[in-house]
Design a protein around this ligand. Structure first.
Ligand code: UFG
Length: 327
């Protein structure tokens, strides 16, 4: 029996595929390669190129292969773009999930682990954020992910398809052997932008606002290592395989770092100057997002090993130095 990883050629998807294969699982990757990279697909995975919204394609794969569970990463994930073009997000993310669930129902696949986000919480009223903190997304991206969670909940009630939604905070870092890493185009995330500046590919890093109600005035985020995230998906599949109920877990470190602290840490790790300048705030940025990952630790047995800022920067830097232009 195999695990189907939708979006397995993307950043988090490819690291999860690596974790599954290291554990001895058979893996099928489905990806339309719009944002994923062929080179990121593990050589031991069976690859099907196609779109999860294409029901005929999805049914053909699910009928041909013996699939025991699905891990679903295949979605658009840029907050800013989602505000400009919400329908893209409802089509790709929500409709894509609709087809996925239809195909799972029709082929009898009963387990799905799903890539959700801290963006479902919006601007939270409490820190650290618990899974019981009210959701209130502030952009169509977060809304689409919350809708996907709710679709799964109703499909559990009606068809017994069990799900685990993993709400990630800020994911960064790269595989320890530098075989895979982060490569987005355009790049919008803080860690790779800092490291591209360290490499001289950007003149400076713009700090988006320094008058937030935080210690140094810059936004605080909770950074989690992508390899630890991959491990969490494996644990979530195990959790469902044991017959447990559907559930939602935060994945973060419980520690917050400001944008300025991140740049300082990158200067230490890279030994580079990394010029920076304060610029306009970015629309929709909450001041502080920090998770409580206690539930994932307690129930899934998740034990992050690489989720400290130094290791995150060291592994991301090794990847950037070895692949300065990405894949
Ligand atoms: N930032 C800068 N300069 C940059 C890029 C980012 O100052 O050039 C700041 C942002 O304003 C923010 C922080 O660095 O305060 C982190 O920004 P990212 O874009 O790396 O990440 P976000 O916190 O905006 O978003 C991430 C994921 C989203 C997810 C969200 C949930 O990328 O998919 O966390 O909180 F929805």
């Amino acid at each position: 029996m195999a695990i189907a990883v939708l979006g397995g050629a993307g950043y988090i998807g490819s690291h999860t595929v690596q974790a599954l294969i290291n554990k001895g699982e058979e893996v099928i990757v489905i990806d339309n390669l719009l944002t994923g990279h062929k080179e990121a697909i593990h050589e031991k995975a069976t690859f099907y190129e196609g779109d999860i919204r294409d029901k005929e394609f999805m049914l053909s794969v699910f009928k041909k292969e013996s699939i025991s569970g699905v891990v679903h990463f295949a979605a658009s994930s840029l907050v800013g773009e989602s505000v400009e073009n919400p329908l893209k997000y409802f089509n790709n993310n929500v409709y894509g999930t609709q087809i996925t669930l239809e195909v799972m129902k029709e082929t009898g696949v009963k387990k799905i682990v799903f890539s959700s986000t801290a963006a479902t919480y919006g601007e939270p009223k409490e820190v650290p954020i618990l899974e019981t903190t009210p959701t209130n997304p502030k952009n169509p991206y977060g809304e689409s992910k919350l809708m996907m969670e709710k679709m799964m909940r109703w499909c559990d009630e009606a068809y017994g398809i069990k799900f685990v939604a993993l709400r990630y905070f800020n994911v960064a870092g790269a595989s320890l052997d530098t075989s895979i890493g982060e490569d987005h185009n355009p790049e919008t995330h803080l860690v790779p932008i800092i490291l591209q500046t360290a490499l001289g590919q950007r003149e400076k890093i713009s700090i988006f606002g320094d008058d937030y109600p935080t210690e140094d005035g810059t936004c605080v985020r909770d950074y989690v290592h992508v390899v630890d995230l991959g491990a969490a998906h494996v644990l979530a599949l195990d959790y469902l395989s044991k017959g447990n109920e559907s559930n939602i877990f935060n994945l973060g470190s419980s520690e917050g770092f400001s944008v300025k602290q991140m740049i300082d840490e990158a200067r230490l790790v890279t030994g580079k100057e990394i010029p920076s300048a304060v610029s306009e705030k970015r629309a929709g940025d909450p001041a502080v997002l920090v998770a409580s990952p206690e539930k994932a630790k307690e129930i899934l047995g998740w034990q992050p090993q690489y989720t400290d800022i130094k290791t995150i920067f060291e592994t991301a830097w090794a990847w950037h130095v070895s692949r300065p232009n990405g894949y």
